[in-house]
Design a protein around this ligand. Structure first.
Ligand SMILES: *Cc1c(COP(=O)(O)O)cnc(C)c1O
Length: 462
């Protein structure tokens, strides 16, 4: 007999994972290497340590160890906000009259309001251990910048955050949270870097983009002494740090003998989804389960469902290594009416590979439907979700409704990555009925695709 499932499954501090899960220990999750655009050859370790902290580069390149220990210095920070609860969504289930069981892993229980603190803590810790004085990064919606500001304060590092200009204007309070934790916030494009000055000369009125903010942050890191750049998504070591989400979920579900049939996550750069599915996907790649893994992206920035699987730059100024991933083109600009995050042109190489090989399904959602799901969730489960997270909620609700119609009793797990207190302008639009859905046309996408480099590693792919 299955044990009765409580509303919230909490783990004890001792049950908090002592190691992250490295999906690339499994052959099926290994992807084509990063390529140096100048040589068109795989990046060397030195190419990467120039930009990123040494330990993060070693983790990035690690295809050997299935488990990588979480140092005590990171676990002591994790203890402030982990383990996070796994919640059985009884109220949502009953509102939907579904036979499905719905569970969500809630990562919004810290001041940054998202899962991003899991990787921010790790990356700031490694920068500190390397003896660096400062780190740089970019932020779009602001959750990553906030998470890194908290981590930089905890580990005693100086932090410069390049914040996409429209976001810094739309979310002035996000900026104040970062400043309160001691970060220096610079609206991007700025005149503090070559990349920023160049873009401003060409487009003086631009509101900026994540790709441009990345270019500025990388440039600042490589031209500043004792400084490295830190990225909040996309890269393998970020997915590695986020595996703590999946590991905790698995421990909690195992405790009650529950096996998920469907696992759903929103995908921007792919880090929360990659972390949530990691240990389950590891089993899948060994043929041990048949879970339906679903990534949900915005219809306005559809890198998986409508992108190309090619080598592309990770930034718009074309300064980073080339990564083989699903991409809309490094010059793709999502429509400014798009409210939530998840507006990155590319996708995690690990997620891209698994999707390409058919281990992951992808769906896209229009923002008005996403906010409809967010509202239903807030009213039934009580938590005001981040718009990003609400993409996963949308698909979880759709799955649960399909169960009601077919009479199938599936177990659904989804990632509730964060809270939406800084997204109230978007909620206001939704409440006032002024929110619109703009879906890029094929011609819009073609403009983005034309910015993908036509280089030897892409021969035959374009
Ligand atoms: C950043 C963010 C995301 C998307 O990033 P991924 O790397 O795809 O996980 C999703 N939800 C929230 C709340 C975020 O802050």
């Amino acid at each position: 007999m299955a044990k009765k499932i409580p509303y919230k499954i909490y783990l004890t501090e001792d049950e908090m994972p002592k190691a992250w899960y490295n999906l690339k220990a499994h052959k099926g999750a290994r992807h084509a290497p990063f390529v140096n655009p100048a040589t068109q050859k795989p990046c060397s370790r030195d190419d990467l340590t120039h930009v990123f902290c040494d330990e993060c580069v070693d983790q990035e390149l690690n295809e050997r160890d299935e488990y990588i220990a979480i140092p005590g210095g990171i676990r002591s920070f994790y203890r402030m906000f982990r383990p996070s609860p796994l919640v059985r969504a009884y109220c949502l289930e009953s509102a939907l009259k579904t036979p499905a069981e719905i569970y969500y892993k809630f990562e919004g229980n810290n001041t940054s309001g998202s899962h991003k603190l899991n990787s921010a803590a790790a990356q700031a810790y490694y920068a500190r251990c390397q003896g660096l004085r400062s780190i740089t990064t970019e932020t779009g919606a602001g959750q990553w910048g906030t998470a890194l500001a908290m981590a930089a304060a905890y580990y005693g590092l100086h932090l410069d955050v390049y914040m996409v200009k429209v976001s810094s204007e739309q979310k002035p309070y996000r900026k104040e949270v970062m400043r309160t934790y001691g970060a220096n916030v610079i609206p991007s494009p700025s005149n503090t870097t070559e990349a920023g000055r160049k873009l401003l000369a060409e487009f003086p009125d631009t509101g900026g983009s994540l790709g441009c903010a990345i270019s500025e942050a990388v440039e600042k890191a490589v031209t500043t002494d004792s400084c490295r750049y830190v990225l909040g998504s996309v890269l393998d070591h970020v997915l590695l740090h986020q595996s703590v989400i999946g590991l905790e979920s698995k421990i909690a579900l195992d405790k009650y003998g529950v096996k998920p049939d469907v696992i759903i996550g929103c995908v921007g750069g792919g880090s929360n989804f990659g972390g949530l599915i990691a240990p389950f996907m590891g089993e899948r790649l060994e043929g041990l389960n048949d879970i339906d893994f679903v990534g949900v992206e915005p219809a306005s920035c559809p890198s998986l469902t409508r992108g190309k699987y090619v080598y592309d730059f990770c930034d718009s100024a074309k300064t980073t290594p080339l990564a083989k991933m699903y991409t809309l083109g490094c010059g793709f600009m999502p429509s400014p009416n798009h409210a939530g995050g998840l507006r990155y042109h590319g996708m995690s190489p690990i997620i891209s590979k698994l999707y390409h090989d058919g281990f992951i399904r992808a769906v896209s959602a229009e923002q008005s439907k996403v906010f409809e799901a967010a509202t239903m969730f807030a009213r039934t489960e009580g938590i005001l979700p981040a718009p990003e997270s609400a993409h996963a909620i949308r698909t979880a609700i759709d799955e649960a409704v399909a169960c009601r119609e077919s009479g199938k009793k599936k177990v659904i797990l989804f990632g509730l990555t964060g809270t939406g207190y800084f997204d109230l302008a978007a909620y206001k639009q939704y409440n006032e009925g002024t929110m619109t859905d703009i879906i890029p046309t094929d011609a819009d996408l073609a403009r983005g695709f034309s910015t993908i480099p036509d280089c030897p590693v892409n021969a035959g792919l374009l």
